[in-house]
Design a protein. Structure first.
Length: 324
């Protein structure tokens, strides 16, 4: 269901909610909680940024994995980004992709964002928010330069931001255990159902795009209901106001586990495709990020970090820059 994958022109696909409400964390707290410099890490400057030693690449620990700066890739980063670092805006409630746990931002996309920054020799400065529909505008106006928040690739999005793929995902569906909802095996099995999704997510257009198939089959169209958060969408299904909850398929299993199996996953994996990190268009950061992800894939770091979150399917063999 990763259409958390999110907002069409504001927000990102990218998720089940474990913590209600928007939580804003300072980069200082996040760096303190998530970054452990190794003995080879260079000292901090007065401004707090890490600078590599003259001949020694910087090394950073990300979720227990040592990430070494690739000096050749670091040299390709635009000067403005080198100065600012990766200024990331990410969702705070879409486990296991990204969410706040015990006051800290965690998840596989958080790990990948941190690792990309370390590979490029950059400071990692994430901010979490529940206002998913503001993410693309925040990239457009330059407040942030990246958003590791599972943006499903759509033509509408790539017109206004760059997207570098991180993962291949489909949309999954969860029903309340014991409900009378029919089993969803095919696209047309969704016809006539009320489906709850997060506002501004790519799931909206994806589901609306099935209307012609429903009409051809002589069935009513899908009733898509939008909610301000994944938690609210899940509650709509739990309370019987909606038949199904739609989100990234990898997040459904997490939801079921975390809610004590209150929900059941439907068989359909709808329209699997790439999702990735959103990047401010035109600043020249898409190529370095693509190269950093591919470097992590080739070294095995990508697979190691993903497996820590139970993500073993849909992994990439090569990242794609959808600005190209």
């Amino acid at each position: 269901m990763k259409v958390r994958n999110r907002p069409l022109l504001g927000g990102s696909s990218h998720r089940p909610a474990l913590i209600a409400g928007a939580v804003l964390l300072s980069s200082t707290l996040l760096l303190a909680g998530n970054t452990i410099a190794s003995a080879t890490s260079a000292p901090k400057t007065a401004s707090g940024s890490s600078k590599p030693a003259a001949t020694m690449p910087m090394t950073t620990m990300v979720d227990g994995v040592s990430i070494a700066e690739d000096t050749a890739l670091a040299a390709t980063v635009p000067a403005s980004v080198k100065k600012a670092g990766l200024l990331d805006i990410t969702y705070n409630d879409f486990a296991p992709d990204e969410y706040v746990r015990n006051g800290q931002l965690v998840g596989w996309e958080v790990d990948l964002g941190h690792a990309v920054a370390a590979t490029l020799g950059l400071a990692w400065k994430p901010t979490s928010s529940g206002s998913f529909d503001t993410f693309i505008p925040s990239l457009q106006d330059g407040r942030f330069n990246t958003s590791f928040t599972s943006f499903i690739v759509t033509s509408a999005r790539t017109k206004v931001i760059d997207i570098v793929s991180l993962y291949n995902v489909g949309t999954g569906f969860a029903a309340k255990v014991g409900s009378s909802v029919k089993t969803v095996n095919t696209n047309v099995d969704l016809c006539g159902d009320t489906v709850a999704v997060i506002v501004a997510s790519a799931f909206i257009g994806q589901l609306s795009g099935l209307d012609p198939a429903c009409k051809s089959a002589g069935k009513p169209t899908i009733n898509v209901q939008t909610y301000p958060s994944d938690a609210a969408a899940e509650l709509a299904v739990a309370s019987g106001r909606a038949d199904l909850y739609a989100t990234s398929v990898d997040d459904i299993g997490w939801l079921i586990h975390q809610t004590g199996h209150e929900f059941t996953q439907e068989p359909l994996n709808l329209q699997p495709g790439p999702e990735g990190v959103g990047i401010t268009k035109g600043i020249g950061l898409d190529t370095p990020v693509t190269q950093a992800v591919n470097h992590m894939i080739s070294t095995g770091t990508y697979k190691t970090l993903m497996s820590k979150w139970g993500v073993t399917g849909g992994l990439l063999t090569r990242a794609v820059d959808y600005n190209k």
